[in-house]
Design a protein around this ligand. Sequence first.
Ligand code: HEC
Ligand code: HEC
Ligand code: HEC
Ligand code: HEC
Ligand code: HEC
Length: 488
Amino acid sequence: MAQVSSKIVKGIINFVSRSKCSLVGGIIVIILFPILLISILLDMQGVVENPYFGFLIYMVMGPVFVVGLLMIIGGALFCGEKEDIGQLTFEYIEEELSRPGRFTRIRKLMLITSVTTFVTIIIVSILLYTGFHYTDTVSFCGQFCHTVMEPEYVTYKNSAHSQVSCVKCHIGASSEWFTKSKFSGARQLVAVTFDSYSRPIKTPITALRPERETCEGCHRPEIFHGDKLYIYDKFLPDEKNTHIQTVMVMKIGSGDISGREAHDIHWHISDNNQVEFVASEDHMDISEVTLIDKKNKDETVYRKKGAISGKSEGMHTNVMDCMDCHNRPTHVFLSAEDAMDQKIVNGVIPREIPYIKRQGLVAITKKYASQDVARRGIARELMDWYRTEYPEIVAQKEDLLKQAVIGVQQAYVENVFPSMNIDWNTYKSFASHREDKGCFRCHNDEFGSETGKKITQDCDACHIILVEDEPARDISDILRSSIIKEGE
Ligand code: HEC
Ligand code: HEC
Ligand code: HEC
Ligand code: HEC
Ligand code: HEC
């Protein structure tokens, strides 16, 4: 047994040392094999969390290892000494076969070649498979191209979808989408390498737009329905940072299911009501809306005042789906005001610090060259102001003030990314009507059908406001007083 294995080792050494090319390949393989093996095992166990680790294994060491293997085989077969190459000619093999003494050598050569080829094929397939898989991971998408994807990654991590992987949304179930986005992914890698991507990344990216079916894998708006209570906590820019609230019943509604009519907000996604619209590339400007009522085979075209009928240049027709309202389900970039309010209501920024809402806003809405500059700038701005205006706070509540400074810095770095030219309000959510965008792109007075029909602007069609910007109270108190108002 020992004899056989020593013969095999000898054979392999002979095989490898046939040419310089395969010798170099052999050295690469011998060095990389144990490192790769251990790294892949560690990666499979999830021991190392560094995003560059996967890249190193599958995109660098893996390919180099494969090149090493190919060099061994190629070198031995094609770059060897003249007489060695002769060994592989047909006449030679025939001659060898006819001489019984030499037969074993040929057999050995064939055995070694086939074993090496077999091992190579297995290793190459494993590396290809795992490498391909690696490009699917959140760490590859979100962290590898650090500057480019940082804004999307950070906002994603802070959202309700932080446990849903990037590809789950961005790569659809159908294979066409799969290949398409891989292709676009490769293009993106090139763009990152040559620094040719746009800052900020343009939206929507047609090739990466999630499919409606993707969302419906987890959410079925035609099944969930009914009204829901929404509470908006805000703070006034006064000394006490007065806590105020807007409370409303959001009419979430549903698509039609089991004989139930589609109604309220999710009426738009019912199979019976298809809403098509003609819009600019970024979907901000809408010139025409067509409602196709499939059940009654009826069609209503709402046209914007002054808009030419049909499509003009740069305008595209779209069928409305989830993303036309939920364009920010996970990459939620807040406004400066909302970012401050959220940090205060969560207690990250202590409310006891006088004027912290107002001064925090002043600090975070200044322009900074980078997040690091911003961190320092915000701290300096706030500390200077409190030192002059509230020296007693600096003296007695320094810890609390420092906590506030950190909270204000967080409000900034979670939403503003100067390296990608992302400022407050670069990306806007369509599921609202701030600055008359979102829902009001269609639900506004400008649109009318030929018979004079309008798209509803009735405040109560979408929500019933119970209180607006009133001092915060206990929620049961608010509900009880609304019921009494109704009864009057
Ligand atoms: C819950 C689904 C979902 C997940 C998970 C998700 N995205 Fe997105 N992503 C979207 C939607 C929706 C858009 C906006 C599409 C549009 O406007 O057409 C978007 C847009 C983007 C954009 C374009 C720029 C922008 O902000 O609009 C990038 C880049 C991006 N996502 C990267 C990522 C990365 C990286 C991850 C993982 C860390 C990820 N996405 C996870 C749904 C998702
Ligand atoms: C893999 C499952 C999954 C997929 C796919 C998914 N979501 Fe979600 N979604 C969730 C979970 C889990 C939550 C959190 C529920 C909670 O915390 O109450 C959520 C929450 C939400 C919310 C509530 C938002 C909030 O901030 O509370 C909305 C709106 C939403 N998803 C829309 C979408 C849209 C649009 C898509 C498609 C682009 C999508 N989701 C894809 C699982 C998913
Ligand atoms: C006409 C715009 C619009 C469309 C289209 C739309 N939604 Fe919504 N959706 C809303 C609004 C508005 C809310 C309530 C406010 C919020 O959570 O942003 C909401 C709420 C939700 C919620 C949270 C519900 C809850 O009970 O908390 C989920 C999940 C959701 N939508 C999923 C979807 C999915 C999936 C689709 C596509 C099949 C879709 N929506 C299509 C506007 C829309
Ligand atoms: C692309 C255009 C478009 C956008 C954007 C849009 N809607 Fe609509 N919506 C329509 C049309 C068209 C109708 C049908 C005409 C009508 O009922 O007034 C409609 C009807 C409605 C209705 C009445 C449904 C019923 O029960 O009959 C509600 C509620 C509604 N939309 C809420 C919203 C909300 C909330 C948003 C934003 C998150 C929104 N819409 C965004 C086009 C749009
Ligand atoms: C087409 C549907 C629709 C109509 C019509 C509509 N809203 Fe809204 N409104 C929404 C949605 C969706 C939100 C949730 C926005 C969010 O979560 O940021 C909202 C939020 C609000 C808020 C709370 C936002 C905040 O940050 O304080 C107020 C106040 C408000 N609406 C007032 C009105 C008034 C007043 C009208 C009538 C002139 C009106 N809305 C008409 C859909 C609508």
